[in-house]
Design a binder for this molecule. Structure first.
Ligand SMILES: [Ca+2]
Ligand SMILES: [Ca+2]
Ligand SMILES: [Ca+2]
Ligand SMILES: [Ca+2]
Length: 180
């Protein structure tokens, strides 16, 4: 589940994935303690689908990025405004992805995708080309343990976003300071 303002009305909305019925529900906050639900149907039966929101194509509308860990794909749905989303692209990623989040790690103004893995000992960063596409090879950062959960924050106050990875199998948190 993600909380974000996807219709730019300054009220937080709720985005949830429903694995069993293959859909995303977006609950738009009406501002009077009620929500209007809009649904995006998903194409395939997915498994363990972390969801994130980011404006990947820089049009000032928050888009939805999903990890399909079963079929090892990233799905991106672009926000058209008027509560509608269109599938923008989906592309395959390697090995055994488990977690996904979005932030602009190289500070070029475009949201990038950060992926954690079930067994691979590191995280991958997929850079945004500025058009909401992610064509380049991912940049792999070793964490020396499988990073099942990843979050992003500037931990050392140098105004660059750092990567914090949780490795449950070895009971560790790994911090990767940003050198971009
Ligand atoms: Ca809203
Ligand atoms: Ca957008
Ligand atoms: Ca970027
Ligand atoms: Ca930093």
């Amino acid at each position: 589940m993600v909380i974000d303002d996807v219709d730019n009305d300054n009220r937080y909305d709720i985005i949830t994935l429903d694995s069993s019925s293959q859909k995303i529900d977006i609950l738009y906050d009406d501002g009077n303690r009620t929500f209007t639900i809009h649904t995006i149907s998903l194409p395939t039966i997915l498994w363990l689908r972390p969801v994130s929101t980011a404006d990947v194509n820089n049009d000032n509308k928050r888009d939805i990025v999903i990890l399909d860990s079963e079929f090892k794909k990233i799905l991106i749905y672009l926000n058209n405004g008027n509560c509608k989303f269109t599938e923008h692209m989906n592309y395959s990623i390697g090995t055994d992805p488990l977690f996904l989040t979005t932030e602009d790690l190289n500070a070029d103004g475009y949201s990038d995708i950060i992926i954690g893995y079930r067994s691979a000992e590191g995280v991958n960063v997929q850079l945004n080309d500025g058009n909401g596409m992610f064509p380049g090879e991912a940049v792999f950062y070793r964490t020396v343990c499988p990073s099942h959960f990843v979050t992003i924050a500037d931990l050392n106050g140098d105004h660059t976003l750092d990567i914090i990875a949780l490795c449950p199998s070895v009971h560790k948190i790994v911090i990767l300071f940003n050198n971009w």
